[in-house]
Design a protein around this ligand. Structure first.
Ligand SMILES: *Cc1c(COP(=O)(O)O)cnc(C)c1O
Length: 351
């Protein structure tokens, strides 16, 4: 607390990201990073961009990066917005599209940054309970609202909502913006980007942090019709004209081009997920169906916080949320098979 602060800063409760431990040699299965490094072509592109030209500002419109994303999705660049991580993109989305009288709707169990943006931008919101299977039911969202947002697959549950259900929502909710946060879509889901041309109120966000192994670089994107993109550009240009630096831009372009590496590493994560689910079930865990690079799991006989602590003592970090409905679950990131095996062998000693 300080008398120098703006009044509302006293009341802000910031988002708390998963721990980035300072200790070396930990097995880090807590923040859904990709266990495989970025494509070698991405590293090469960054090295090539390290030059005297760094004295210049980057392109404020990030046109080449937007073109590479547009090419990948067979759209034109006017449908694309990019930012410094999808968290920043989401911040602009909340600011530009969700400040209305009617409440923004999002699931009760979801990305915990959403209520934080609502507080920052003073957005009225209402949470909608996931059903007993921890899934989103579209019918629960068919009521007056100032916008709708949910991750697909959802976080931290990993559950995937079928594209047909998203389309049913769009057909029945035409007066407010629907944002699908596809941070994990590349691990087994079908992107709603294919619906963007047909539905002017659909915006899809994605990140380079998970499926493209670039969490350290900070790159995120949004795809929607130019009318929605313009709102984001207005907010961005009132905040920071150059959110994407020259190195990030070079890396992002190379990442979008290297489809082979992307497909190979995503498939490896998906295979490891299947193995991890089987192994956890053999230990007596209940595992929610996952289309993400993590699983959400609970053991009927053991306390989740104690299990997390037991793993931590052996150098393995997973995520536990002290929140209603999910405090008996652990969210475990899919690592390499060797990391997963290590986690499972320690878990075997705890249950
Ligand atoms: C990881 C994540 C993001 C943020 O990704 P960054 O691009 O690293 O900021 C956004 N939404 C969800 C649901 C996530 O899990």
């Amino acid at each position: 607390m300080s008398r120098y602060w703006s009044e509302f800063v006293h009341r802000l409760q910031p988002y708390v990201p998963g721990e980035q431990p300072k200790m070396a040699n930990l097995t880090k299965l807590n923040t859904n990073e990709n266990p495989y490094g970025p494509s070698p072509k991405v590293l090469q592109a960054i090295q090539q961009a390290v030059s005297d030209t760094l004295r210049l500002y980057p392109d404020p419109t990030s046109l080449k990066l937007k073109e590479s994303i547009a090419d990948y999705y067979q759209l034109s660049p006017e449908y694309v917005f990019v930012g410094n991580g999808s968290d920043e993109v989401l911040g602009h989305v909340f600011h530009a599209l969700f400040q209305h009288d009617a409440p923004l709707l999002f699931p009760d169990i979801s990305y915990s940054f959403y209520p934080v943006y609502c507080q920052l931008y003073q957005i009225n919101f209402e949470t909608v309970a996931l059903n007993a299977q921890f899934q989103i039911n579209i019918d629960d969202y068919l009521k007056p609202n100032g916008g709708i947002i949910f991750p697909n697959p959802n976080a931290p549950t990993g559950s995937l909502l079928a594209l047909a259900e998203i389309e049913r929502l769009l057909q029945n909710n035409t007066d407010s913006v629907v944002v699908v946060d596809e941070a994990y879509i590349d691990f087994g889901g079908i992107s709603a980007i294919s619906l963007v041309k047909q539905y002017p109120n659909l915006l899809v966000t994605q990140t380079f942090s998970k499926s493209r192994s670039l969490a350290g670089l900070r790159l995120g994107l949004a795809i929607g019709q130019p009318e929605l993109i313009e709102a984001l550009v207005r907010v961005k240009d009132s905040f920071n004209s150059y959110p994407v630096d020259a190195l990030a831009s070079a890396a992002g372009i190379a990442a979008m081009k290297d489809k082979a590496y992307f497909t190979e590493t995503c498939n490896k994560v998906i295979d490891s997920r299947t193995k991890m689910i089987t192994a956890l079930e053999e230990l007596g865990f209940e595992v929610l169906p996952s289309a993400a690079n993590f699983v959400f799991t609970r053991h009927p006989d053991y306390d989740a916080a104690e299990l997390a602590q037991g793993l931590r003592k052996q150098g393995i970090v997973v995520r536990h949320f002290k929140k209603p409905r999910i405090d008996q679950f652990l969210r475990i990131t899919i690592g390499t098979d060797a990391e997963n095996q290590l986690m499972l062998s320690v878990m075997d000693t705890l249950v």
